[in-house]
Design a protein around this ligand. Structure first.
Ligand SMILES: NC(=O)c1ccc[n+]([C@@H]2O[C@H](COP(=O)([O-])OP(=O)(O)OC[C@H]3O[C@@H](n4cnc5c(N)ncnc54)[C@H](OP(=O)(O)O)[C@@H]3O)[C@@H](O)[C@H]2O)c1
Length: 305
């Protein structure tokens, strides 16, 4: 099969190569999926899991890309709940070879059925941003209707999902980002927008929840904005500051079939829009990832036309 591999961490996306690899085999409780659309996160090659296994041993050449939409082509021994020929979408374990390939092996529990009227490109684009926003807001952030939430990077891939889901849940959303992201953030449902390069973040006043995709100094200053009993949720690594009277939580997204169903249901009934950027083919993917053009929205590789 065709697949994109990386072997050299220092080379970044310039080290990506399209090669021939053997088709993967399903182990117990796995499925093999014929990938139709694959999602790649721009900083994935900086994640340690791209390079080493759970014991810290080199696992290169590794195949990046962890989000997928496709069709089940084989079942491992004992796999239940999914059938050959079924449309699915979901997230591949960080330590496994990924979805920038014609076939991928995934644990069945990490996949959910993809309804027939949802395009594979849309399905793949929902997985990581949708699950991350959902888990950050509702599991870790325990967001309730009527609360206020500050969403950093609200025009970005994860931030635009968090903005929409928080708004739908009845929260008051203040989005942040660069000036150019203002209209996008408002279109996704933010009520206010803070241009982090020109406005004073501190003017926001108090909020119940901060959803932080940026970390660093912005994350640190955000901790001071949290009301008593509130939460700072970070997806950008361990927070450098904690709220005086509240929680600071960082997490890494996990696949969850029930949440994937909820997310795709909202897309089908028009409550949720995905933020898709570049769509490319597997043959053009390496060039796409190395393009110097500004990247906005989720990059999707359409593995099968
Ligand atoms: N922990 C987890 O489970 C998890 C899951 C998913 C993603 N992530 C991480 O979350 C981060 C965000 O991912 P994403 O896909 O949402 O990225 P993205 O689409 O690039 O979103 C980031 C947004 O923030 C804006 N921004 C970046 N730096 C800024 C700054 N200094 N000041 C103001 N605005 C700024 C960006 O604007 P510009 O486009 O103009 O730069 C963009 O709108 C990545 O590091 C990713 O690896 C973590």
């Amino acid at each position: 099969m065709k697949a994109i591999v990386v072997t050299d961490q220092a080379a970044g996306t310039a080290g990506m190569k399209l090669v021939e690899r053997p088709e993967p085999q399903a182990a117990i409780n796995d499925v093999v999926v014929q990938v139709h659309a694959s999602g790649f996160t721009w900083d994935e090659l900086a994640w340690p899991t791209t390079w080493t296994d759970r014991l810290g041993r080199d696992r290169t050449p590794s195949i990046p890309g962890h989000e997928l939409a496709g069709v089940v082509s084989a079942l491992g021994y004992g796999t239940t709940g999914l059938s050959v020929g079924q449309r699915v979408f979901g997230l591949v374990d960080w330590y496994r070879d990924g979805t920038l390939a014609e076939y991928v092996v995934v644990e069945a529990r990490n996949l959910a059925p993809l309804p027939g009227d949802v395009d594979f490109t849309v399905g793949a684009s929902l997985v990581m941003p949708g699950l991350t926003a959902w888990q950050g807001l509702f599991e870790h952030g325990r967001l309730q209707a009527g609360q206020s939430v500050l969403v950093h990077g609200a025009a970005g891939v994860v931030g635009s999902m968090a903005t929409q889901l928080a708004r739908e849940a009845g929260a008051y959303v203040i989005g942040t980002g660069r000036a150019a992201g203002r209209q996008t953030a408002l279109d996704f449902g933010a009520k206010e927008f803070v241009d982090l390069e020109n406005d004073a973040l501190e003017d926001v006043g108090g909020v119940d929840l901060v959803f932080d995709v940026l970390g660093g100094d912005i994350g640190k200053r955000s901790a001071r904005l949290i009301r008593a009993g509130g939460t700072l949720v970070s997806i950008a690594g361990p927070p450098e500051a904690r709220p005086g009277d509240g929680l600071a939580i960082d997490f890494v997204v996990e696949s969850d079939r029930a949440q994937l169903r909820e997310i795709v249901r909202r897309v089908r009934d028009g409550r949720l829009r995905t933020n898709i950027g570049n769509v490319s083919t597997l043959d053009d993917a390496v060039a796409t990832f190395n393009s110097t053009e500004r990247r906005a929205g989720k990059t999707i590789i359409r593995v099968r036309p």
